[in-house]
Design a protein around this ligand. Structure first.
Ligand code: IPM
Ligand code: MG
Length: 371
């Protein structure tokens, strides 16, 4: 088959890590007889430099026309980059928010699991991670505080800012259904996270999620307040299978969950709508401090490409082959700097490699499997 993939390399380490994910996809193409065509799309700081805005209407139309989009990362150092002297709606991040909204990418999947080989990078005590953990955070991505009305104005001479948190029942229903569908393919457990002891939007959230749960009698649903969830993630991460939550809570909790794995450079993500289309990106940011040095970890982006194969193209076998290649490389003790063991003797037992080498090692290990 022929597939058309939009590629948003973006800023910082984006172009370096995306190049390695394309390498993996090309290897999949060779092994399984697919052709992946890429179309570079500008977004973020590089788009500001070229066009004056972080995302043009033309870029949105081109992304829409692709079968799926693979993204690196966008943005720069807010303290030094001129992009952050622009008005908020012209900064790099505004491009990403606009793309999510324009493509209706309401479902953001952020898996966080503990890799056996990287266990010692986990900052949690050993007894807390005994047996590992493997969760997916499903974050609502096109509603809530990030898309509500906002303004800053002077009220009786006092500067006052307002952000609005709005959800309607349909927005909640569709993301809840997605959570239960995902849970059906996993351990059939959903924890819905809200702040129903304070917020109206959370109370509506809770009642709609409960209504949807009736359609899925095989899935266990429980509710957890967001502050408690923040605590439980570090206390006992293995209790979670699917965490379902609204936009801002999901933004915060997914960063926390990734840190708990100890290896944010390993975590992929997918943003999906009601069709097969999706935007796939690593969970980490643009890391401007290490951009261009050839040391960034490309694994999260390569695993995002695997998610792309699975969710947008239904190529499960190919996605498994990419994931197996990543595991193999870790088992053979190759590491980028961010996942190097800190202590001896483990440190001397592994080989430190750069971005390109890691990409090569993984691509070489992508094999053809009968099924
Ligand atoms: C993320 C990021 C974005 C978000 C920013 C860059 C707007 O933090 O994808 O989690 O908050 O959604
Ligand atoms: Mg975030």
């Amino acid at each position: 088959m022929r597939y058309h993939i939009g590629v948003i390399s973006g800023d910082g380490i984006g172009p370096e890590i995306v190049a390695e994910a394309k390498k993996a996809l090309d290897r999949v193409g060779e092994a399984y007889g697919h052709v992946f065509e890429y179309e570079e799309i500008l977004m973020g700081g590089c788009s500001i430099d070229a066009t004056g805005v972080p995302l043009t209407d033309e870029a949105i139309a081109r992304a829409k026309a692709c079968d799926a989009v693979l993204m690196g990362s966008i943005g720069g150092d807010a303290a030094t980059s001129p992009w952050y002297r622009l008005k908020p709606h012209l900064r790099p991040e505004a491009g990403l928010l606009k793309l999510r909204k324009s493509l209706n990418l309401f479902a953001n999947l952020r898996p966080a699991c503990l890799y056996e080989e990287l266990k010692e990078a986990c900052p949690l005590r050993e007894d807390r991670i005994d047996g590992g953990f493997d969760m997916v955070i499903l974050r609502e991505l096109t509603g809530g505080l990030y898309f509500g009305e906002r303004k800053t104005e002077s009220v009786d001479g006092v500067l006052t800012a307002v952000d609005t948190l709005t959800y309607n029942e349909n927005e909640i229903r569709r993301i809840a259904r997605r959570a239960f569908d995902i849970a059906m393919k996993r351990r059939r457990n959903v924890v819905s996270v809200d702040k129903a002891n304070v917020l109206d939007s959370s109370r509506l959230w809770r009642s709609v999620v409960e209504e949807v749960a009736k359609e899925y009698p095989e899935v266990t649903l429980s509710h957890m307040l967001v502050d408690n969830c923040a605590m439980q993630l570090v206390k006992d991460p293995k209790q979670f299978d699917v965490i379902l939550t609204e936009n801002m809570f999901g933004d915060i909790l997914s960063d926390e969950a990734s840190m708990v794995t100890g290896s944010i450079g390993m975590l992929s993500s997918a943003s999906l709508n009601d069709t097969k289309f999706g935007l796939y990106e690593p969970s980490g940011g643009s890391a401007p401090d290490i951009a261009g040095k050839g040391i960034a970890n490309p694994i999260a982006t390569i695993l995002s490409a695997a998610m792309l194969l699975r969710y947008s193209f239904d190529l499960d076998r190919e996605a498994n082959a990419v994931e197996a290649a990543v595991k193999q490389v870790l088992k053979e003790d190759y590491r980028t700097i961010d996942i190097m063991p800190q202590k001896e003797p483990q440190r001397s037992a592994v080989t430190q490699v750069g971005t390109k080498e890691m990409g090569d090692l993984i691509a070489e290990r992508i094999r053809y499997y009968e099924k």
